[in-house]
Design a protein around this ligand. Structure first.
Ligand SMILES: [Zn+2]
Length: 380
């Protein structure tokens, strides 16, 4: 999930917002201001409903943020890197790099979020009780009661044992602890995610058909998202298992042909292109990688501009290059691969280029690894 704009940093973690968050924000504010509040607390000026609806929606998102920040803080404490937090259509995501070391770390990282949501809910609930005892009956009480309910609901929904929800991670931690097999645990949690997604779609469609309106469609949409995300998690788990123990140096193409950044596109096309067997060309300076040109980028330059354009101008810039070491685990490289180089990484030793890893190198390694996993499975 890409952040459309950055809000800043909390606990050292960059926090961003995707534009889709506006949809759910306005939906919540509107549902409260136009329906729920006027029905429960009639006879007030419109601006009071609008203000209460907007305020409740803002505080709701602060609660979501607290949930995600707690994941991020505990993940950092357990040795994981946190790329950032993004709020979007279905709530928040913390982008963690790497995997929990053991089931205990997984349990702590996944468990803290729902716990924080529960505490936030209880906190607002307690204030609401105090206000009720003090004789308050106004919109403030209504907003607090709604915030209490929605946060408790959020905590409960998130512990449903199905990936990619926090409860799916808890299930994974439990199966991992019981069987000692992380891949199997991930697959079990992902399958559960598929089942929950299907149930939500079914339930949502039934609700919609029986006149509950867009609430049902919303539920079906969440179910559809869960099924997609669960599928991705299962594929990643199987891929991670297939690549277990494989190092970058095992799959890279060693000593690739290189060019200098000053060479013009015309020179390259006329003299090198047909002798060249790969679809990407690293640019080097004294053996150090300074860029990467893909043949697609070269092809994108019109013929009449090729003699005036250098390879350096069409290459991925040095700061966008993905560098790896030969002894690094391939599994640790995968999440770093970037769009710019079409999923390629340059392999360096002492800053000097020694190889290149392309998507086809990776898919070959995955095929071999899955075969190895199958053989190991059939021998068991
Ligand atoms: Zn969470």
């Amino acid at each position: 999930m890409k952040a459309s704009f950055r809000l800043g940093r909390i606990a050292g973690v960059p926090v961003g917002v995707n534009w889709s968050v506006l949809v759910i924000f306005l939906l919540i504010a509107w549902a409260l201001a136009a329906n729920q509040f006027p029905r429960s607390y009639p006879g007030r000026p419109t601006w009071e409903y609008v203000l209460a609806g907007l305020a409740a929606a803002v505080v709701f998102f602060l609660g979501l943020l607290a949930h995600e920040v707690s994941h991020a803080v505990i993940a950092k404490r357990n040795g994981l890197q946190v790329e950032g937090i993004t709020l979007w259509l279905f709530g928040g995501v913390s982008e963690l790099r790497g995997e929990a070391r053991d089931p205990g770390a997984e349990l702590r990282i996944a468990g803290i979020g729902p716990l924080v949501s529960l505490l936030v809910g209880v906190f607002f609930g307690a204030i609401a009780v105090v206000l009720t005892l003090a004789g308050q009956r106004g919109l403030l009480l209504g907003s607090l009661a709604w915030l209490a309910g929605i946060n408790v609901l959020l905590a409960i929904f998130n512990v449903l044992p199905a990936a990619p929800l926090d409860g799916g991670r808890l299930l994974r931690a439990a199966v991992w602890k019981a069987t000692g097999d992380r891949t199997k645990a991930s697959v079990v949690a992902a399958r559960a995610g598929w089942v929950l997604g299907a149930l939500l779609i079914g339930l949502g469609l039934v609700q919609f058909a029986t006149g509950f309106g867009i609430g049902g469609l919303w539920l079906a949409l969440i179910g559809w998202f869960l099924i997609g995300a669960a599928g991705v998690e299962e594929r990643q788990a199987r891929m991670g298992s297939a690549l277990h123990g494989v190092r970058v140096g095992d799959v890279m193409t060693p000593q690739p042909q290189t060019a200098s950044a000053e060479m013009t596109v015309a020179d390259f096309v006329d003299h090198y292109l047909f002798a060249y067997r790969h679809s990407a060309l690293p640019l080097t300076e004294d053996g150090r990688p300074i860029g990467l040109v893909t043949l697609d980028r070269v092809r994108g330059i019109p013929a009449d501009r090729r003699s005036a354009t250098t390879l350096g101008e069409v290459s991925c810039r040095a700061e966008d290059l993905v560098l790896a070491r030969p002894e690094e685990q391939l599994n640790e490289l995968l999440p770093r691969l970037s769009q710019c180089a079409d999923g390629r990484a340059l392999v360096v030793t002492d800053q000097r280029l020694v190889g290149i890893v392309s998507p086809s190198d990776i898919s070959r390694a995955v095929q071999r690894g899955s075969l190895r996993d199958q053989m190991a499975g059939s021998r068991r």
